[in-house]
Structure formats: C-alpha cells, structure tokens
Design a protein around this ligand. Structure first.
Ligand SMILES: [Zn+2]
Ligand SMILES: [Zn+2]
Length: 139
C-alpha cells in the first residue's frame, strides 16, 4: 500500500516538474539563448549527468539556500560545469558570468563556449556548455 505522504511527495514532484517546464519555456530563451533542446543526452553527457546528480546527493554540488532547506521537490536550475543549483529565485546566481571562461563540459578545454543545450532531469534543468569543436561533433 502506498503511504499517504508518498502520494503527497509524488504530487509535489509532478507539480515541481510542471513548474520547471513552464518556467523554462518562459525564461530559457532570455536566460540561455534560444537553443534550448530537449533531446536524449549523448552517452558522454549521460555519464557527466550521473556524476552531477551523485554530487547533489553527496553534497558536493552547491545548492542555493532555498533548495538546501526545501522540504519537498522544487524546480532547480544549474550549469553542469559549475556544480551549482539554484531555484527560480536564484537564476542570477547560477548563470555563467558574461565573458568568463569556463571549461567545455565535454573536453575540459577553456574556450569560448557555444551551443548551449539544456537537459532535464526530473525537476532539475542543467545548462550544458561546449566548445566549438565539441559542439560540432556529431557522435
Ligand atoms: Zn534559491
Ligand atoms: Zn570541448
């Protein structure tokens, strides 16, 4: 038998996920450019995402104070390479700084990063940054 609190939790997770999709649809173009994508992650990316989510559980990914103290699932946004997650109120804190150099999420080179893509992991949306050569690789 399903415990009533599990049902409530699942409802909240569904609501958080719906929120996330709505917010992304509204803010992703302004925040991240208009290249938001909804494709299956490539194998290299799946491995990186696993690492990231493990980090969330292990506490090595920095959460905003709201997420850290949340009592239920909330939409969360982050940048894969920055190991940070923020809620909707903290989008400014998770956004890459203009002009800052970040390593490519795929090869680790510091470069001008292009082709932002967004992957969704349940209630988490992560921005992926890649260098030009990586972004144009097809595999
Ligand atoms: Zn927050
Ligand atoms: Zn690269």
């Amino acid at each position: 038998m399903t415990h009533p609190s599990d049902i409530a939790f699942n409802d909240q997770a569904d609501a958080a996920e719906a929120d996330l999709s709505r917010i992304l649809a509204a803010t992703a173009p302004q925040l991240l450019g208009d290249q938001a994508q909804d494709e299956e992650p490539a194998p290299w990316l799946t491995a990186r995402l696993d690492q990231f989510m493990t980090g969330v559980e292990a506490g090595t990914v920095q959460l905003c104070e709201h997420l850290a103290h949340a009592t239920g699932p909330r939409p969360a946004f982050g940048v894969l390479g920055l190991n940070r997650l923020g809620c909707t109120q903290c989008l400014h804190a998770i956004r890459p700084e203009d002009g800052a150099d970040y390593p490519c999420d795929r090869c680790g080179q510091q470069a001008d990063l292009v082709a932002p893509g967004i992957v969704h992991l349940g209630t988490v949306a992560l921005l992926i940054l890649e260098c030009d050569p990586c972004a144009s690789r097809t595999e």
